[in-house]
Design a binder for this molecule. Structure first.
Ligand code: GSH
Length: 214
């Protein structure tokens, strides 16, 4: 059995953050497929009692440790490996600030937007989609502006803040109905830099469950 197990599925940008981190640090890890769309495993009492009371993916298993929330998982792996680790109090707090902003307002809106537009059957209410799109445009603008100042969020080196923020950003533009990279040049350059890191893989290659059965 691998050292780390990650409960995940291919379409999850939240899980991609953790899967990407595991790959980039060269960890010995294996995915455990969560049939999110088919059986809705994450909603079962067994999953909530045994895996994650929050009913969410991702969950990282490491020995006796069971961690959820991608920001917690990223922090744990960075502290253990020393890689992508923010250095000193100021950087640690700055990384946390961006991870919280991301969870709430960047990928926190992009994930549900893509889900309601492309994956949900029937698709979401157009008014809800319009609300989310307005919030997304604003948040991506803030991220793009920040990335005009430095190669990565905290400066010249990538940290867990960057690995959190890329959560949903490599999924195909057709799934969003707009092209994030084409509309935000600083985000595009930053995504290319992260993609060039050794052992980067696309979420659809890194985690099981793609493509979805019809
Ligand atoms: N803030 C959480 C978000 C996790 C999350 O919402 N995961 C989705 C899958 S992509 C989920 O499990 N949703 C189930 C639900 O909201 O009921 C994290 O970063 O881990």
């Amino acid at each position: 059995m691998a050292e780390y197990q990650l409960y995940c599925f291919a379409q999850s940008g939240n899980a991609f953050r953790a899967a990407l981190m595991l790959n980039l640090i060269g960890a010995d890890w294996q995915p455990i497929f969560v049939d999110f769309f088919g059986k809705g495993v994450q909603r079962t009492p067994e999953y909530r009692a045994g895996i994650n009371e929050m009913g969410e993916v991702p969950v990282l298993i490491h020995g006796t440790k069971k961690l959820s929330q991608s920001g917690v998982i990223l922090t744990y792996l960075a502290e253990r490996s020393g890689k992508f680790l923010p250095r000193g109090e100021d950087e640690r707090l700055e990384a946390l600030r961006w991870i919280i902003f991301d969870n709430q307002k960047v990928n926190g809106y992009l994930g549900p937007y893509r889900f309601l537009r492309t994956l949900a059957k029937p698709p979401g209410d157009p008014a809800v989609l319009a609300f989310l799109k307005g919030r997304i445009d604003n948040s991506l603008g803030i991220l793009d502006q920040r990335l005009s100042r430095s190669a990565y969020l905290l400066g010249s080196q990538p940290t867990i803040a960057d690995l959190s923020l890329v959560g949903y950003l490599y999924f195909p533009a057709e799934e969003f109905g707009f092209d994030i990279a084409a509309q935000h040049s600083n985000i595009a350059a930053w995504l290319a830099r992260i993609k060039a890191l050794p052992r980067w893989e696309h979420p659809y290659d890194l985690m099981p469950g793609y493509p979805l059965p019809n």
